[in-house]
Design a protein around this ligand. Structure first.
Ligand code: PLP
Length: 426
């Protein structure tokens, strides 16, 4: 049986209609920015494998540190026990976050990092004896696929079967130059009701909605309104964290302090599954009492897995290296040069950049949609040209690992333009 045959027989894939989708690419190896398939074909991992891999595949330092940890301590229970790498992650992550952060809570992925933040918000108010039931979120947001995370995300096609089970959330429109005043007025109006426990947002870039970018000043204003009305703020940095936005965290672009930061994806350099919810001493203290019932009674079998923690520490070590910072700067300036080059090109409805993320919305003459037909054509074209890039509908985006070199960057930029030449000629 080939790998593809065995997969077809036994495996159920995420976000996939098995009846109509093509066979998955049989990937057998990763090195640097490259992924290799069974037949020896290689692909630039242009979206960093679902926006996770940040230092490239099989980075020798990551491999060394993770292997070391595996032979020292593979796993241990984390209720009533701790280990050096977990404490190190707590210390180092709170040190790279804004000053108001004091504690981290471990889980397994981005959805659980969000789920934990939502539960902390609700229980914070519960412990204080204050009734607040609603959440505020932004239209188009994606926070994950568990029930709480789905509740605060965009409702519709992806979660319709579950919609009747979601809790009460109000959505403000995605902020733009045209509507920002309206959005601020709506946020004030809603939050002044006093019913809102929390406000959750993807800071500066909405990922799954199509890498939609909005301005830091607007977010700053929204956070300020939330604070004015005593609403807890959750920055979902699952996608934007770890220099994707150009800074360590997207909230480093705003002045207001937030109450929670959710991390995953690039947290472990993208090589191990981990979620992390960071919060303040004030929140932590609200769970203290002589009663077990005021504690956060939540945990996972693999909470603070030592191997995943060692990956976090290794990744943070790499961020302290000049080479990594240079790699990030190179991507930021190359994206900017590319944007300059395509200025005025009418095939782009919008072309924007936030740090290492380049987002190109192709003009389709109608509404942008995740199911836009250009998606499959673009995906197949890129695959045939050694690039693994999964557009979000008619949005082609490029967020590579930070080890990508100039030639590889150029390879992707030039094929984006070649694809458009072919697509619009046809
Ligand atoms: C902003 C954001 N939050 C949460 C998630 C969910 O993370 P995970 O897929 O690890 O559950 C994602 C995943 O794409 C995301 O982009």
């Amino acid at each position: 049986m080939t790998l593809s045959e065995k997969d077809k027989q036994y495996v159920w894939h995420p976000f996939t209609q098995a009846q109509t989708s093509p066979e998955p690419i049989p990937i057998v190896k990763g090195e640097g920015v490259w992924l290799f398939d069974e037949e020896g074909k290689k692909y630039i991992d242009a979206n960093s494998s679902w926006w996770t891999i940040i230092h490239g595949h099989a980075h020798p330092y990551m491999v060394e540190q993770i292997s070391n940890q595996l032979s020292i301590l593979d796993h241990s229970i984390f209720a009533g026990a701790t280990h050096p790498k977990a404490a190190e992650v707590g210390e180092r992550i709170t040190n790279v976050l804004p000053e108001n952060f004091a504690k981290v809570f471990f889980s397994d992925n981005g959805s659980t990092a969000v789920e934990v933040a939502i539960k902390m918000v609700y229980q914070y108010w519960h412990n204080k004896g204050i009734k607040k039931k609603r959440f505020l979120a932004i239209e188009g947001s994606y926070h994950g696929d568990t029930f709480g995370a789905m509740s605060v995300g965009q409702r519709g096609y992806f979660n319709r079967p579950f919609e009747h089970l979601f809790f009460d959330v109000d959505f403000i429109p995605f902020p733009t130059k045209e509507n920002i005043n309206e959005v601020l007025v709506k946020a004030k109006e809603l939050l002044s009701s006093g019913d809102f426990a929390g406000f959750i947002f993807e800071p500066l870039v909405q990922g799954a909605a199509g890498m939609r970018i909005y301005e830091a000043d607007w977010l700053n204003e929204l956070v300020s309104i939330a604070k004015e009305h005593e609403v807890m703020t959750i920055a979902d940095e699952v996608m934007t964290g770890f220099y994707r936005s150009g800074k360590m965290f997207a909230i480093d672009h705003i002045q207001e302090e937030v109450d929670f930061v959710c991390m995953s994806k690039g947290l472990t350099g993208g090589v191990m599954a981990m979620g992390l919810t960071a919060t303040t001493q004030k929140v932590f203290d609200a769970f203290l009492s002589d009663e077990i019932g005021t504690a956060l009674l939540h945990g996972h079998s693999f909470t603070a897995n030592p191997i995943a923690c060692s990956a976090v520490c290794a990744s943070l070590d790499l961020f302290e290296k000049e080479n990594t910072q240079k790699g990030i700067e190179k991507i930021v300036s190359s994206h900017a040069n590319f944007l300059e080059k395509i200025k005025g090109d009418k095939r782009f409805k919008s072309a924007r950049q936030q740090g290492t993320i380049l987002s190109l919305e192709i003009e389709m003459g109608d509404e942008s949609s995740y199911f836009s037909p250009i998606r499959t054509e673009a995906y197949n074209y890129f695959l045939a040209n050694e690039i693994l890039l999964r557009p979000l509908g008619n949005v082609i985006f490029f967020n590579p690992p930070y080890v990508i070199n100039e030639e590889e960057l150029e390879h992707v930029y030039s094929h984006i333009l070649k694809f458009l030449d072919e697509y619009f000629r046809a």
